[in-house]
Design a protein around this ligand. Structure first.
Ligand SMILES: Nc1ncnc2c1ncn2[C@@H]1O[C@H](COP(=O)(O)OP(=O)(O)OP(=O)(O)O)[C@@H](O)[C@H]1O
Length: 830
C-alpha cells in the first residue's frame, strides 16, 4: 500500500527525532560507562590499600574478613552497574542502525470516542524512552502490546497484559519499515499479519554462515510458539524450513525478556544435533542483544556418564555402520534391533527391569576388596540392599546403601589397624607425616591424659592415619557408586528374552541372540553401540534414582526432536526436573534407523511426565522456493505437506549422466558456473561418498577455477562452514541451508527404498536452487516414479567440452517454464 507524501514526511521527521534522541542517550551512556569503568578499575587497583589486615586474634580476623567482604560487595555492585550500562550502550548503538521495523496504531476499547488519535506504537529490538521516562518512542518487540503486530491485521485486535484481563480494541494502522544505518529505505502500510514484501526480501537474501534473526517478520503461527509460556511441554511439528529453529531462538529471547528479573541465559538449554549446528545458530541471540543460552548435544551427556568406561558410538557412526553394511539380511536385522531398542515397549521393559531389580532381585554388586582380599562380599551387599524396606525409593536406597558400606569400612578400618602390614608401614612413615600426627595428638590434649604413654598415643594415631589413607580409594569407590556393577546388570538385561517378541517383530530370536551377543562382546571390549548407549545411561542413572540433577534450568528446548528416543526424553526430564520443555521437530526428517518409520510425537509427553502439554503445527514453509519445496514434498503424504511461501525460482534439475565419470564432469561444470555467486552445498549420501568426492574435487580444483581451500569437507566435528563449496553427508546437513544444493549420486544404488526421508531432508536444504546428478547406468531409486515429472526438469550430462553451453541459463528464473519440454521418461515432447 503506498503512503501519501504527508505521512511519509511525518515518518521521516519522527525518525530524525528518534535518531537525535539516540545520539543524545548514547553520548550520555558513553560518559556513564567511562566513569563506571574507571571506578571499577580504581577499586580493583586499590582494593587492599585502605584495608588493614589483622589476623592476630578472632575478633581482629572477623573484622578484617568483614571489611574485605564489604569492599568486595562494593566492587561487585559497581561491576554490575558498569555491565548494565555497557549492555544498554551496545543496544542503543544497534538501535542507531535500525531503531524500529514496525508500527501499529491502536485504540483501546472504550477510549475510541474520547480519544481523537490512536496510540502509535513503534516496535524495535529494544525499548526507548525519553529522558524523563514519560514517553515510549520504541517498544521492545517482546512487550505484551507488541504481540498485536505479529498476531493481528488492521481491525479488531487484542493483547494480554502481564496482569489482568485481555485488552481489546481496534488496530487502525499497521506499518512496516526498512531502516538501514539510520536511513529510512522503505516504508509501507499493510493489511496482512506481516507484510509479504518484507518477508520476500528477507527470504531472497543470500544464505550466510550464520542463522539470522527473524524478528521483523515473525509469522503469526511462529509468534504463538514464541510467546507460549503456560505449558510444561510444548510440541511443535513443522515441515522442513518452517522456521522451527528460528522461532525457537526468538522464543529464548522472549523468555529472557519476560523473566529478566529471575532468569539468565545460562538457565536455558538448547539441545542441538552437532557442533556445526550449534555454531550456526549461535549468533542469533547476540544479534538480538541477549546472551546465548547453553547448548548441549545429547551425546555429551552420554559421554559424561559413560565416556570414562567405553568408547560410545554416536548416531552418525551408527548410520555409517548401516550404510556400509554389505550383508542385506544382517543390515535389516540390525535396523530392526535398533528400532526395537528405541521403542516404547523396550523403554517400559527396561524401566520395569530397574524397578524389579531395586525392589525384588537382580541387583549385582562389586565386592569391596583390599590388599587382594574381599572386605565386603557381593552377597553381603545384596543382603543389606534387600534388607531395606522394599518400598524405599531407589535414590533413598542408594543413600542407605552408601551409609551401610561406610559403616562396614569403619569396622574394617579398625580391624586393619591391628594387621602386620600397618606395623611395617609405620617404619616407613616420613618425618612430615609423623610431625603432623604428633601435633594432632598434642592439639587433642592426648599427652595430658595421665594413663597414656605419649609414644603409644602417637603410634595409635599413626596407625589410624596409615589405614585411613589407604582406605580413601575404597571410600571413593562407595561415594562414586562404583559398588553397583552397571555393566553386569546391563548385560543381564540384554540377555533376557524380550517380551512380546514373537508377535511384533520380523526378526527371529536366533538373529536377536546373535546381535545381543555382539552388543555384549563389544561392551566387553569397552565399546558401546549407539542403540545401547541411551538405554545403558538410563539404567545406570535409574539404579541411582537419577541423582544427576540440574535444578537451575528453567527451560529446555530440543531441536530436531524427531531423532530422540524415549530413553533420551526420559533422561532429560530427570536431569532437568524443573524445566519447561519445548520440543521442535519434523517427523518426516526422521532419517535414522530408529525413527525412519515414526509418524508422530504422540507419546513424547508421556516420557516427559507432562502435567500439561500443548501441540502446534506449523503450516507454512519458508526456506526453499515453491518449486523446490513442491518437488521435495511430493514424497510425503499429501495431507502432511507444508504450504510453500510464495517465492518463485528455477525448477529442480535432474542431470542424467551416462556413467560416474560423466556425472563428475557434469558436477564440475555446474559448480564452475555457480561457485562465484553462491555457496554450494554438495550433499552425498554417506561420509564415505563425501570423502571420495571431496578428494576428486580437490584434484580438480584448478580446473573448476577454485582454490583447494575453497572446498570444504564437513565431518561430524566440524565447527563452522568456511568453504564456498561444501561437501557433506546428508545426515550432517540437518538444520542448515545453502543457496544452492547439489545432490550427488541420487541413483538407486545409493538411495534405497528406506531413503525417501533422507532425500526429502537433503533436498530441502536448498533455498534457491536444487540440482541432482546421477549416472543412468545405476538407475533411479525405486520411489522416484512417485515424483510428478512436472515438478522438475531433466538435463543430459554431457562431455566437458560442451558443458558450459549445456548449463547456460540454469540460473534463469524462467526456467520453470521449460518444464513441459520433457515427459515423464525425460524424452522431449516438443
Ligand atoms: N518469519 C520468518 N521471517 C524470515 N525468515 C524466516 C521466517 N521463518 C523462517 N525463516 C527462514 O526460513 C529458513 C528456515 O528456517 P529454520 O531453519 O528455522 O526452519 P526449520 O523449521 O528449523 O527447518 P528444518 O527443520 O528444515 O531444519 C531460515 O533461512 C529462516 O531464516
Amino acid at each position: 500500500m503506498t503512503m501519501d507524501q504527508k505521512a511519509l514526511q511525518k515518518e521521516k521527521e519522527r525518525l530524525q527525532e528518534v535518531m537525535q534522541l539516540l545520539v543524545k542517550q548514547i553520548d550520555l551512556l558513553e560518559q556513564t560507562t567511562g566513569i563506571r569503568g574507571h571506578e571499577v578499575r580504581e577499586l580493583k587497583t586499590h582494593f587492599w590499600d585502605d584495608m588493614s589486615v589483622n589476623l592476630t586474634n578472632d575478633t581482629e580476623t572477623m573484622e578484617t574478613f568483614s571489611s574485605i567482604q564489604q569492599e568486595a560487595r562494593l566492587l561487585s555492585e559497581r561491576e554490575k552497574s558498569y555491565r548494565l550500562a555497557a549492555e544498554r550502550l551496545q543496544m542503543l548503538v544497534r538501535l542507531e542502525q535500525s531503531p524500529y521495523f514496525g508500527r501499529i496504531d491502536f485504540v483501546e476499547e472504550g477510549e475510541a470516542e474520547a480519544e481523537a488519535e490512536a496510540e502509535q506504537i513503534y516496535i524495535g529490538l529494544a525499548s526507548l524512552m525519553n529522558e524523563d521516562g514519560s514517553r515510549f518512542y520504541i517498544y521492545d518487540w517482546r512487550a505484551p502490546i507488541s504481540s498485536m503486530f505479529y498476531d493481528d491485521s488492521p481491525g479488531p485486535a487484542s493483547y494480554q497484559p502481564p496482569e489482568g484481563a485481555r485488552i481489546a480494541g481496534e488496530m487502525t494502522l499497521k506499518r512496516q519499515y526498512v531502516i538501514r544505518e539510520g536511513e529510512l529505505q522503505h516504508v509501507f502500510d499493510t493489511d496482512l499479519t506481516i507484510g509479504d514484501s518484507l518477508l520476500q526480501q528477507a527470504l531472497s537474501d543470500s544464505s550466510s554462515e550464520q542463522m539470522k534473526s527473524i524478528v521483523a517478520t515473525i509469522q503469526r503461527e511462529q509468534n504463538q510458539m514464541i510467546r507460549n509460556d503456560q505449558v510444561d511441554v510444548f510440541i511443535v511439528q513443522g515441515g522442513a524450513g518452517s522456521g522451527k529453529t528460528s522461532a525457537a531462538l526468538q522464543r529464548v529471547a522472549y523468555l529472557l525478556y519476560k523473566h529478566r528479573n529471575r532468569m539468565t541465559a545460562d538457565q536455558i538449554v538448547l539441545f542441538s544435533p552437532n557442533p556445526l549446528f550449534s555454531q550456526y545458530v549461535s549468533h542469533v541471540l547476540p544479534e538480538l542483544g541477549e546472551a546465548n543460552m547453553r547448548q548441549m548435544i545429547f551425546q555429551e551427556l552420554t559421554e559424561e556418564a559413560l565416556g570414562r568406561f567405553y568408547t560410545v558410538e554416536d548416531l552418525y557412526d551408527q548410520t555409517e555402520r548401516l550404510y556400509t553394511s554389505r550383508n542385506a539380511d544382517w543390515k535389516q536385522a540390525q535396523k530392526t534391533a535398533i528400532q526395537w531398542k528405541a521403542s516404547a515397549a523396550y523403554f517400559e521393559w527396561l524401566d520395569q527391569y530397574i524397578r524389579s531389580c531395586a525392589e525384588q532381585a537382580g541387583m549385582i554388586f562389586r565386592p569391596v576388596t583390599f590388599r587382594g582380599r574381599v572386605l565386603i562380599t557381593a552377597e553381603q551387599m545384596t543382603e543389606a540392599y534387600y534388607g531395606f524396606p522394599s518400598d524405599t525409593p531407589i535414590d533413598r536406597k542408594n543413600v542407605l546403601m552408601k551409609k551401610w558400606l561406610h559403616k562396614q569400612l569403619d569396622q574394617a578400618e579398625k580391624e586393619q589397624r591391628k594387621k602386620k602390614w600397618v606395623q611395617d608401614a609405620m617404619e616407613w612413615v616420613d618425618d612430615e607425616v609423623y610431625q603432623r600426627v604428633y601435633q594432632r595428638v598434642q592439639k587433642k590434649g592426648g599427652f595430658q591424659a595421665e594413663s597414656f604413654d605419649d609414644d603409644q598415643q602417637v603410634r595409635k594415631e599413626l596407625k589410624k592415619w596409615i589405614v585411613n589413607s589407604k582406605f580413601r580409594k575404597l571410600r571413593a569407590f562407595v561415594d562414586r557408586d562404583r559398588f553397583l556393577d552397571d555393566e553386569a546388570m546391563f548385560l543381564q538385561f540384554l540377555r533376557q528374552r524380550p517380551p512380546f517378541w514373537e508377535d511384533e517383530n520380523e526378526i527371529d530370536l536366533l538373529r536377536w541372540n546373535e546381535m545381543t551377543e555382539e552388543s555384549c562382546r563389544l561392551i566387553g571390549e569397552g565399546r558401546l553401540l549407539a542403540e545401547d548407549a541411551s538405554p545403558y545411561l538410563y539404567m545406570m542413572e535409574g539404579l541411582r534414582g537419577f541423582s544427576r540433577v540440574d535444578g537451575s534450568i528453567h527451560y529446555v528446548l530440543i531441536d530436531e526432536a524427531q531423532d530422540y528416543t524415549p530413553f533420551q526424553y526420559a533422561y532429560i526430564r530427570h536431569r532437568f526436573p524443573r524445566a519447561k520443555l519445548t520440543i521442535l521437530g519434523d517427523i518426516h526428517q526422521g532419517i535414522y534407523a530408529h525413527n525412519e518409520s515414526a509418524d508422530s510425537f504422540h507419546t513424547v509427553p508421556k516420557w516427559l511426565h507432562a502435567q500439561r502439554d500443548e501441540r502446534l503445527s506449523f503450516k507454512m514453509s519458508y526456506r526453499s522456493t515453491a518449486p523446490i519445496l513442491d518437488f521435495a514434498q511430493s514424497l510425503l503424504p499429501e495431507e502432511q505437506r507444508s504450504i510453500p511461501f510464495d517465492r518463485s525460482g528455477p525448477m529442480p534439475v535432474l542431470i542424467e549422466a551416462h556413467d560416474e565419470d560423466e556425472a563428475f564432469d557434469a558436477l564440475q561444470a555446474l559448480v564452475r558456473e555457480q561457485v562465484n555467486s553462491n555457496r554450494i552445498g554438495i550433499i552425498c549420501k554417506t561420509m564415505e561418498n563425501s570423502r571420495e568426492l571431496y578428494q576428486k574435487l580437490q584434484q580438480a580444483a584448478i580446473q573448476i577455477g577454485v582454490e583447494p581451500e575453497d572446498i570444504q569437507l564437513v565431518v561430524k566435528d566440524t565447527q563452522r562452514l568456511s568453504g564456498r563449496m561444501v561437501v557433506l553427508p546428508a545426515y550432517l546437513s540437518k538444520g542448515i541451508e545453502f543457496e544452492s544444493v547439489v545432490l550427488w549420486q541420487v541413483d538407486g544404488g545409493h538411495y534405497d527404498e528406506t531413503d525417501r526421508r533422507l532425500f526429502y531432508m537433503a533436498a530441502t536444504r536448498a533455498m534457491h536452487q536444487l540440482q541432482m546428478i546421477y549416472a543412468k547406468s545405476a538407475g533411479l531409486p525405486s520411489w522416484w516414479n512417485e515424483i510428478d515429472s512436472d515438478l522438475y526438469t531433466r538435463a543430459e550430462g554431457r562431455s566437458t567440452e560442451d558443458r558450459s553451453s549445456s548449463f547456460e541459463g540454469r540460473n534463469d528464473e524462467n526456467q520453470s517454464s521449460s518444464r513441459t519440454a520433457f515427459d515423464k521418461r525425460g524424452d522431449r515432447v516438443e
